[in-house]
Design a protein around this ligand. Sequence first.
Ligand code: BTN
Length: 305
Amino acid sequence: MQDEIVKLLKKENKISDETINEIKNFDVNDFSNVVKELGKEDTEYIKQSEITEGLDTSYIGKELYIYKEVSSTNTVAKFLSRHGVENGTVIISEKQTKAKGRSGKSWESPLGGVWLSIILNPNVDHSRLPLITLSTGVAVAKTLERIGVDNPEIKWPNDIMINGKKVCGILTEAVAKFNTIENVIVGVGIDANLEVNDFPKELQDGTTTLKKELGREGNENLLIKIFLEEFEKIAKIFYEKDYELILKEWRKRSYTIGKIVEVREPFNTYYDAYVVGIGKEGALIVEKIDGSLEKVISGECIIKN
Ligand code: BTN
């Protein structure tokens, strides 16, 4: 983290090399103040006032930190979650150099996308984490509907798809002490004002962008604002424990139910199955070829039809 801050400072050209050397000797609390300070200024594309003006939330996005470039907004969020930030604080970066995807994969985050992480203090058990991810998927889908996307769908567990191609990924991480969750970091990456060929060749086939689907560039700040509003709405439903309503919203937009998939569970063999539905903890319910039903709690599924 220290090196990352130093890199950031150098890039911003805010302070001299001598100061950088002094900063290297700061203790971690001083560092967190530096990180917070750096996140207080607008960047070329992300503007605090455009996000917060008229933002209809009571706690999500009330504290915002905006960066030009970080390794991963989830990493910065995890760090700040331990250094006195409010529940609902949001970290946004124009670019990420070492962004994290699911299952230890990396995540491409060029300039033009919306890359953000929300810090939550939810007082939940580990078993509820999948539902936070599903809720976030619903919030993203509703956001896209509000900006005019026709029929965004959710591929279990957390890919948002438009016309069969991925436009957004979600990575939920827990910050835990012993077995207790202290914070949950919800990381969201939306391929907003990007071209498909901004991505590496091997990803282009399965990827789309909002710019491509809508046929125009959009306002990232407005997109963030709408998402924060939708996120708080669904978080309220989550805290009220109306999980069935969340699942209903998810099922309505499911890209996965009713399809034949290859299930890839961690540390498990792969198998083909028919997707029957989604269970109340957020697990996918599949029917295997031998007719037995299986709950898939984590992993991936590759659509076969
Ligand atoms: C996936 O593999 O589909 C999840 C991708 C999650 C990417 C987002 S971008 C903002 C946040 N910061 C990260 O490092 N990852 C998440």
